[in-house]
Design a protein around this ligand. Sequence first.
Ligand code: ADP
Ligand code: MG
Length: 279
Amino acid sequence: MNGKVYVVGNFKGGVGKTKTVTMLAYTSAVYNHEKTLVIDLDPQANASSVLAKTGGIDTIEKNVYDGFLQEDLQNQITPVMENLDMISAVTQFRNLPKLLMSKFPNDDLAQISYLDKLIQPLKETYDSIYIDVPPTISDFSDNAMMAADYCIIVLQTQELSLDGAQTYIDYMQYLINTYDKDLQVLGIVPCMLRPGGRVDDKVLADAKGKYGNNVLDTIVKYQERLKVYDVEGIQLKTNASKTPDQWDLKAHKVFKDVLNELDEHEQEFEEVGGKVNGN
Ligand SMILES: Nc1ncnc2c1ncn2[C@@H]1O[C@H](COP(=O)(O)OP(=O)(O)O)[C@@H](O)[C@H]1O
Ligand SMILES: [Mg+2]
């Protein structure tokens, strides 16, 4: 197996990164039956908490910080449900910069490539590995980008600006140029998180003008049910007559569409072979 690694990014908080990571991973595992892993690199551990609830896990014993300390992530895997595992974050992981400094003094490249090194054996086990990151330019995002094959960018359509996404793409390009890294924008996912909001057509048109077909046709709109998953975990409830809950189906459908589009993009990139960097 030669699993692919995806980082979901934007240098702003509260734009839907963690929601996208958890829903795409769930979709990949449950609907596409792919062996899927989520690595939570955000010390706030939101993705870990959602997935723990999804899998009915009370206490998480393993975490990414111990993996980084012990130079082995394979011992830090927590099974969530069939085909879905996670390596969860802990608040201590905020000490990553110190840890990297002491492990690799004066070696910038080794510092930001540490996750890439640790993730290699995991690619033998998983089809897809999704990385959730905090919204900062930091050792966390550097390590995620250096370990990734593809970036999935979240675009907040109501911000009336492409700033957080563009900063992310610029920074990605900087890493590509500086370290000769092979990394590609797989897709830009328009997310709109305010209830009752309208799609801002101008922002979308601007984004399409700038990034072309990288911008997905699917728009992730505000759905109360997606919000509820923060508290209850991702679910597919059935009612008394065994039919699936329509709000769950709707929430899942949008991320099935997102994943389909991303898969199409990926196929195009893989067919081209030598990946070209368009942005
Ligand atoms: N499509 C959506 N509909 C409703 N709420 C959403 C949606 N996407 C995200 N949210 C909520 O918005 C908040 C921020 O999303 P999150 O994914 O945590 O952002 P980030 O990881 O970028 O900080 C969370 O409370 C989340 O539940
Ligand atoms: Mg987050």
